[in-house]
Design a protein around this ligand. Structure first.
Ligand SMILES: Nc1ncnc2c1ncn2[C@@H]1O[C@H](COP(=O)(O)OP(=O)(O)OP(=O)(O)O)[C@@H](O)[C@H]1O
Length: 322
């Protein structure tokens, strides 16, 4: 295991008030995998990542990162990891090549190796054409690529990426996904945070879903979705939602039914049902509503997504949170 945590906690004291940002997290990240921490704003993703990368001390709990005890051997942890924060750390007045060389020297690499490695990462992150231009002239995507190039300059075993694609346009975002996959191909494990469902789904070998500082689900994207099982049928009703829940919930093929709060603007409440075979269930559900003169405002049938996993665990949709 590259990361193993037990009961990791962080409580901030701010103006006399305590904020429990992370409330006892147990995580395991394997060598060479892309592991994601998915959750809404304020869930505790950045705080968890900052603890694991030695930037802040846990209030409680224990962690081993790259074989080193996080609390007792933080210098060794720092040597073996790379960290790319949300803001990035590039300076503006210097060139990409100069930044990379500084980073290499900072990590104790020899002059010769630093020059060589700078060429390697400039090529890997398609920065060769801009290598000798000052960073302030870079586009958002180029700057983000340089941030990550700096993070891997010293060849860490493990790279932390805090929201790697927030603020990027769709094309730069797709490129960033390719970069992350290429890093994994080269054997670097990646721990990333994201609040994008599609990013977690597409990029992560495994992920943990975090909400209010607690892990609510963990597994491969496929396993997490399978655990929701079957199909999801969502029917919007404008009135009589309690009656509709009782009616539809009584069907033996409906494994579970949940009702959302009515939308304040439209008055429509969304009823979500988990069924084995959505296509077969739908006509029966509609007939049952029709028999009671309840007319649906909307109908949706879909395979479970990571949002359904989040919804099932927390009763809220991640789409509405971000
Ligand atoms: N230094 C701090 N002092 C007080 N509270 C903090 C501090 N840092 C974070 N918090 C609080 O801890 C909680 C978790 O924050 P954190 O930044 O870890 O969330 P996040 O999941 O990374 O969210 P985002 O996606 O917005 O970055 C939030 O309620 C936040 O306001």
């Amino acid at each position: 295991m590259l990361i193993e945590t037990k009961g990791l906690k962080k409580t901030f004291k701010s103006r006399g008030k305590e904020v429990e940002a992370v409330r006892g997290v147990d995580l395991a990240v394997k060598e060479g995998e892309v592991f994601g921490l998915l959750g809404p704003n304020g869930a505790g993703k950045t705080t968890t990542m900052r603890m694991l990368s030695t930037l802040i001390e846990p209030t409680e709990g224990h962690a081993v990162v790259c074989g080193h005890d996080l609390a007792k051997e933080s210098a060794k942890v720092r040597r073996d990891i790379g960290y790319v924060g949300q803001e990035g750390g590039t300076w503006g007045e210097v060139t990409a090549r100069e930044e990379l060389v500084m980073q290499g020297r900072l990590y104790g690499m020899s002059k010769k190796r630093t020059q060589q490695r700078a060429l390697e990462v400039l090529a890997a992150f398609q920065l060769e054409d801009y290598a000798d231009r000052t960073v302030k002239t870079y586009s958002g995507g180029q700057k983000r690529r340089l941030d990550i190039a700096l993070g891997v300059m010293h060849e860490p075993k493990l790279l932390f990426l805090d929201e790697p694609t927030t603020g990027l346009d769709p094309q730069s975002r797709a490129h960033m996904w390719d970069e992350v996959r290429a890093l994994r191909e080269r054997g670097t494990a990646i721990f990333l945070t994201t609040h994008y469902l599609d990013e977690a789904d597409a990029l992560c070998d495994r992920l943990a879903i975090i909400d209010h500082g607690e892990i609510v689900a963990e597994g491969t994207p496929l396993d997490l979705k399978k655990a929701v099982a079957g199909d999801v049928v969502a029917i919007g009703v404008a009135a009589q939602s309690a009656e509709a829940v009782a009616l539809l919930g009584a069907k033996d093929f409906v494994r579970e039914i949940e009702s959302g709060e009515p939308d304040p603007a439209t008055g429509i409440a969304l009823l979500r049902m988990y069924v084995d075979d959505g296509a077969a269930a739908l006509p029966e559900l509609l007939r049952a509503l029709d028999a009671e003169d309840i007319s649906p405002a909307s109908i949706e049938l879909h395979r479970p997504s990571l949002d359904d996993v989040f919804l099932k665990q927390t009763g809220r949709s991640l789409r509405e949170e971000n």
